[in-house]
Design a protein around this ligand. Sequence first.
Ligand SMILES: Cc1ncc(COP(=O)(O)O)c(C=O)c1O
Length: 306
Amino acid sequence: MPIPATPAPGQFEGGCAFADGAYVPLSEAKISLFDWGFTRSDVTYDVVSTWQGAFFRLDDHLDRFFVSLEKMRLTLPYSRAELRDILHGCVRAGGLQDAYVAMICTRGVPPKGARDPRMAQNRFYAYAVPYVWIASRDKQLQGIDLHVSQRIRIAPESVDPTVKNYHWMDLVQSLLDAYDQGRDTSCVVDAQGNIMEGPGFNVFMVKNGVVHTANRGVLEGISRRTVIELCERLGIPLEIAPIPLAEFRQADEVFLSSTGGGVLPIAKLDGQPLAHFPGPITGRLSDAYWSLHDEAAYRDPVNYSG
Ligand SMILES: Cc1ncc(COP(=O)(O)O)c(C=O)c1O
């Protein structure tokens, strides 16, 4: 599908979307009521950030998006190079330096009366908005209180968590529980009571100097991968294995990882203060995470000129 002329820098100041083959202001970005992406959550997506005018790990996000598309048997109407151009175009038109950039592919609208997903023409959407934080800077300093929910994350045998998806009913319910209890956010467990992930982030704990994160049942977050690589670079011991709930509650430090904020320290679990906040290992990883944004290998400068 041809892509339209690149929008002028700042043409849609504050945010720009790309829907049905055109760059539009955010307020005009719409999807059909009959798109299976909406009615059946038959959709995959990815979110990459830009920081100080450059994409962070764009190729890794694109790789993950293309794997998700393949696993869902969705076909993007654009090549990888065109997809890149569209994402750059959204950031440029939005006049953004620090941005949250989403790419979404839905099953689309099957012909009237048809129930065969193969008959639908898949649709692509994208948008760039100002950078989104899982928790504000103020909240991070004050200390995030994480609700550890007993709700069970949808089984990986049912919905492949390595495909980035919108099957969030468990996560949203846990978040509502968290807010009802005066907490800031939540994470869920698997059927065996191991810590999984939360709405928009992976979860880590530190115990006796070792960093732990779940080995299955979770999205393979690009920020999680960054933390794993940084542990290796900094010589911090790491274990990728199930984290039982009882061990998690005894953690020395807990932190989250997300494109929406990087490495985010947790101060309390269900109101109970953790031994260390902000923890020394969390601090080292967070500093290293943001320093990485200056390294050429991880940066893809936004094409602001068009
Ligand atoms: C369920 C879930 N887990 C983990 C993450 C973190 O992934 P990433 O580090 O790629 O942002 C996200 C991000 O949206 C998510 O939705």
